[in-house]
Write a protein of this length. Structure first.
Ligand SMILES: NC(=O)c1ccc[n+]([C@@H]2O[C@H](COP(=O)([O-])OP(=O)(O)OC[C@H]3O[C@@H](n4cnc5c(N)ncnc54)[C@H](OP(=O)(O)O)[C@@H]3O)[C@@H](O)[C@H]2O)c1
Length: 194
């Protein structure tokens, strides 16, 4: 049974024109050199305290493969020691004990397995998984960080979303880096898949 206190948040960073990666998967454009005079900065301790509030991560296999490449290049693992669930139908390398693979119905997984066990559940991409999460009515919140750059083409934030999803704007934050963070609640009851 679903835990009424649990929250599913979809979080990604995207270019102003709505792409989360180039067509070939590169995310080099995430590093920008903007300086927004009125922007805020988050102290490392505040970032750490915020990350502590996240109980588990969920991602698609292509996002996991990007994380594996980052780690191999020495950039580390972004998900700390939190349980990280990777959606895949393939056999992929399991690089840490906190990583678990899952295939099968996403609504059953979220409502039957994740919601009873975790309070703050973060879907961290990519576009395919974010769209499935919304299509199935599983998300409570969308957190969209808009990076100050246009890249013209790439993998969209929500791949093949087939219906309108009404949102309620909850928070807007402008950072010194020029990134704008928008936090929305997904309006209405959770969908039929939930
Ligand atoms: N800018 C950002 O914040 C950000 C965040 C995340 C990712 N990204 C980038 O986005 C790109 C990846 O996005 P993407 O949309 O192409 O792919 P994705 O959503 O990361 O992964 C899609 C894959 O996950 C597996 N999958 C999805 N739903 C499943 C389900 N319900 N059950 C089992 N397996 C499922 C399938 O692969 P199998 O063949 O393995 O079954 C599917 O092809 C990467 O380049 C990544 O770097 C950017």
């Amino acid at each position: 049974m679903a835990n009424p206190d649990s929250r599913v948040t979809i979080h990604m960073a995207a270019s102003l024109d709505g792409f989360i990666a180039r067509k070939d998967g590169r995310v080099d454009w995430l590093e920008t050199s903007d300086d927004f005079a009125g922007g805020v900065t988050m102290a490392p301790e505040a970032v750490e305290a915020f990350l502590e509030t996240i109980d588990c991560y969920v991602m698609g296999s292509r996002t996991y493969e990007t994380a594996l490449r980052f780690e191999a290049q020495g950039f580390g693992w972004s998900y700390g020691d939190k349980p990280t669930f990777v959606l895949t139908s393939r056999e992929l390398p399991r690089i840490r004990d906190t990583v678990e693979f899952h295939s099968g119905d996403l609504a059953q997984f979220v409502n039957g397995r994740l919601r009873p066990a975790f309070r703050s559940i973060w879907f961290v991409g990519g576009g395919m998984v974010a769209a499935e999460c919304l299509r199935r009515g599983l998300a409570d919140e969308v957190c969209y960080s808009i990076v100050p750059v246009l890249i013209g083409n790439g993998i969209p934030f929500f791949e093949r979303l087939d219906r309108d999803v009404a949102l309620h704007l909850v928070e807007v934050k402008g950072y010194k880096s020029g990134t704008v963070e928008l936090r929305y609640e997904v309006r209405g009851p959770r969908g039929p898949g939930s």
